[in-house]
Design a binder for this molecule. Structure first.
Ligand code: SF4
Length: 233
């Protein structure tokens, strides 16, 4: 059943069950998202989509909060913009966002200053290169959880990866940090498809970027296979 509510002062119609994000987007309102992806279950982890709802003390994550009759919602209030700016500043101070153009654009839109938390230190995690298909560079991971979701119930049902560690040390990992070929991973590539930061990347793309040419890629691959042959001999 349809009902009406107000978004940024404009009366709009919504259907029962629609989230504030869906209603806002259906009426041309810009609400940024990072952890949200249409192929995964919304989980409100990153909180970049927060909006202000009249008579609610806390800002509400638009990706999971359902629209209700008569709600008065603000998607761009000063409080909302300040919260988004702070989230972006915290992300940029600890994560390598060089391969995340959409988040970089958000930093500009919200005038976020990545230097605002000088005491925070960027995560230095060695690149995991343990299989022939893709590399994992968790220094670029924002812990959005999309890869874990598509690896589990949202798509592949293989459960090869999950959160590991606590607090600042949290990262995505395989069980007991085993190399991917020793896990349930079937190399379907869906995790790469939903990763918003380049933390997961096809091996060929990575080699092309690091060597700078197709010849460089071939050299690297030849070296890799001859090393493998020597190890097996
Ligand atoms: S590896 Fe990519 S998809 Fe997975 S949690 Fe990190 S940023 Fe998100």
């Amino acid at each position: 059943m349809a009902f009406s509510l107000w978004i940024d002062g404009e009366e709009v119609e919504a259907e029962e069950g629609q989230t504030l994000l869906e209603v806002a987007r259906a009426h041309g309102k810009e609400v940024p998202v990072i952890c949200y992806h249409p192929a995964t279950t919304a989980n409100a982890l990153c909180r970049i989509c927060v909006v202000e709802v009249e008579r609610q003390r806390l800002l509400q994550p638009a990706c999971i909060v359902r629209a209700a009759p008569g709600m008065k919602v603000s998607t761009q209030s000063e409080r909302v913009r300040r919260a988004r700016r702070t989230i972006l500043e915290m992300l940029a101070s600890t994560v390598d966002l060089s391969d995340a153009p959409e988040i970089q654009a958000m930093l500009e839109t919200y005038q976020a200053d990545p230097e605002r938390f000088p005491e925070a230190h960027p995560r230095h995690v060695p690149i995991k290169d343990d299989n022939p298909v893709y590399i994992r560079d968790y220094a670029k991971c924002i812990l959005c959880w999309r890869c874990v979701q598509v690896c589990a119930e949202d798509a592949q049902y293989t459960y090869a990866i999950n959160f590991s560690g606590r607090g600042y040390e949290t990262q995505i990992a395989t069980f007991y940090d085993h190399p991917l070929p020793e896990t349930t991973c079937v190399f379907c590539g869906q995790c790469i498809g939903v990763c918003p930061t380049g933390a997961l990347k096809p091996k060929l793309e990575f080699l092309l970027e690091t060597t700078g040419s197709p010849e460089g890629v071939l050299e690297q691959l030849a070296a890799h296979w001859s090393q493998r042959r020597r190890r097996r001999a």
